[in-house]
Design a protein around this ligand. Structure first.
Ligand code: ATP
Ligand code: MG
Length: 461
């Protein structure tokens, strides 16, 4: 591409008045201050800017002295939160430079100049500063040009920059995906060579990065595909890499999965992650697998059960909360299919009893996303609509779907003269099975004789 084809940077970037006020206040106190990082990059890319971060020559204690309302959000790294009049908190960070790096984190010292501060930033597109009062772009590494040419490259030597902090490998994949950038060849080969070191990163940082892809990117498929091609997926989620087909060629199943993830709203990152892990049960049992539990929970087949256990193991390793692990792994176990159009009513109820009514909305959204992928891997929109109608009907009728909704309880069994014990669970499960078959049977008069019969059987057996 010839340089002439690249339009010049914009004359101006719209910056909120509150941010300009922070900059003005610091400059009037004698300290040079700029907006930097992601918000400037987003503005240059023509996207709405999120968090406006500021970089200043003022030391943190000066920032705290100058503003009335401040929060020491990351004071040890030189970051002070300044509460502006619009109620927003802006992060003001003193110019920094790296003193020592370990591959995992950096020891920083305060710096005198913005140039030093930009030098320690990871990619040229992230190393751009905008002065909102002077309307001046400071872009010593030509990040604006890279953004317009759609190139991602590190500031400085790529191998060194990745070795300083391997998280930059994953950040590169995210930015390249989100802004549709081609990774510069030198940066790309250094990135691929760095992937075997991703294991030094704390699982929490890897998890945060992955979530940024899932919730920050309207089209996460590109970044996720780069995870596979670069070899990063193999390091951070080997079980997923096995399903994806490794680095060479992606499997058709992986391509379908990415299309499904793409069709789930970014406001539902947990469901996107569910869809991403949805196929984990496909490979047969392997040595590294966690043991399968006796109670399959919402899983309807051995394959779904394996998927459930493998997702739980993966999410645990990446230090997700127990609530998230439980929610996602149960959905992986329960999904991805809704009841078939030709299913009997009792099968629809059995399906509901197994997956749990609370999971239906997410399972429907997942199925709807699959139906919009036109490779024949998912259900048709008609099938999804039909299943939704059937499920709504059953749910609206108020049929018993769990033991707690039976007309007969453990207490009733005691009243009937039965001796309490673990067989109560077996009896109630069997009653539920009959009620799922025939909802009208959920009345005391019908259930009692069955319960007595079941109790006799369990004594006899
Ligand atoms: P987003 O907020 O959309 O995730 P961002 O670019 O704002 O993207 P942040 O993590 O908020 O990313 O970081 C703000 C800025 O700090 C970046 O633009 C970059 O200049 C710098 N930065 C962040 N993390 C690193 C890192 N690991 N190495 C070098 N520079 C970094
Ligand atoms: Mg940011």
């Amino acid at each position: 591409m010839s340089a002439g084809a690249i339009p010049p940077p914009p004359d101006s970037i719209p910056v909120p008045e509150a941010v300009r006020w922070v900059v003005r206040t610091l400059e009037e106190a004698g300290y040079e201050t700029w907006t930097v990082g992601g918000a400037v990059r987003d503005a240059l890319a023509g996207r709405p800017s999120g968090d406006w971060d500021l970089a200043t020559r003022a030391p943190p204690e000066e920032v705290r002295r100058i503003f009335r309302r401040t929060v020491p959000v990351g004071i040890e790294h030189g970051t002070v939160g300044v509460l502006a009049r619009d109620g927003t908190m802006y992060e003001v960070t003193t110019f920094r430079r790296d003193v020592e790096t370990t591959g995992r984190h950096a020891v920083v010292a305060f710096a005198e100049t913005l140039l030093e501060d930009l030098e320690r930033r990871d990619f040229t597109v992230n190393a751009v500063a905008w002065h909102p009062l002077r309307k001046e772009l400071f872009d010593p590494h030509r990040g604006a040009e890279d953004l317009r040419r759609r190139v991602l490259r590190t500031v400085g030597d790529p191998s060194e920059r990745f070795a300083e902090d391997y998280l930059r490998v994953l950040r590169a994949l995210r930015f390249a995906g989100r802004y549709e950038l081609d990774i510069d060849p030198e940066t790309w080969s250094a990135l691929k060579a760095a992937t075997p070191h991703l294991g030094v990163l704390s699982p929490e940082r890897v998890r945060e990065e992955l979530w940024k892809v899932l919730e920050g990117d309207a089209s996460p498929a590109r970044a996720l595909e780069l995870y596979r091609v670069s070899g990063a997926l193999r390091e951070v989620a080997p079980e997923l890499s096995a399903v994806a087909g490794g680095e060479e060629v992606g499997t058709p199943a992986w391509r379908s999965t990415l299309s499904v993830v793409e069709r789930i709203s970014q406001r539902r990152p947990a469901l996107r992650l569910t869809a991403l892990l949805g196929d984990l049960g496909a490979p047969p049992i392997r040595e590294e697998d966690p043991p399968l539990p006796h109670d399959p929970g919402p899983a309807g087949s051995p394959r779904r059960l394996r998927g459930m256990m493998r997702s739980a193991a993966l999410l645990t390793r990446l230090r997700h909360s127990n609530a998230t692990i439980a929610r996602i792994s149960a959905l992986v176990g329960a999904g991805p299919d809704l009841p078939r159009l030709d299913a009997a009513d009792s099968d629809v109820r059995r399906w509901l009893a197994r997956v749990g009514p609370g999971r239906v909305p997410d399972l429907v959204r997942w199925a709807a996303a699959r139906s919009r992928v036109e490779d024949g891997s998912g259900p048709s929109p008609t099938e999804v609509a039909g299943a939704v109608r059937r499920l709504r009907g059953e749910l609206a009728s108020g049929v018993a779907l769990d033991v707690g909704s039976l007309a007969l309880s453990g207490r009733d069994l005691i009243r009937m003269g039965l001796k309490p014990g673990p067989h109560f669970g077996t009896i109630l499960d069997a009653l539920l099975e009959r009620v799922l078959e025939e909802p009208e049977a959920n009345v005391k008069d019908r259930l009692e004789p069955w319960a007595l019969e079941l109790a006799r059987e369990s004594e006899g057996g």
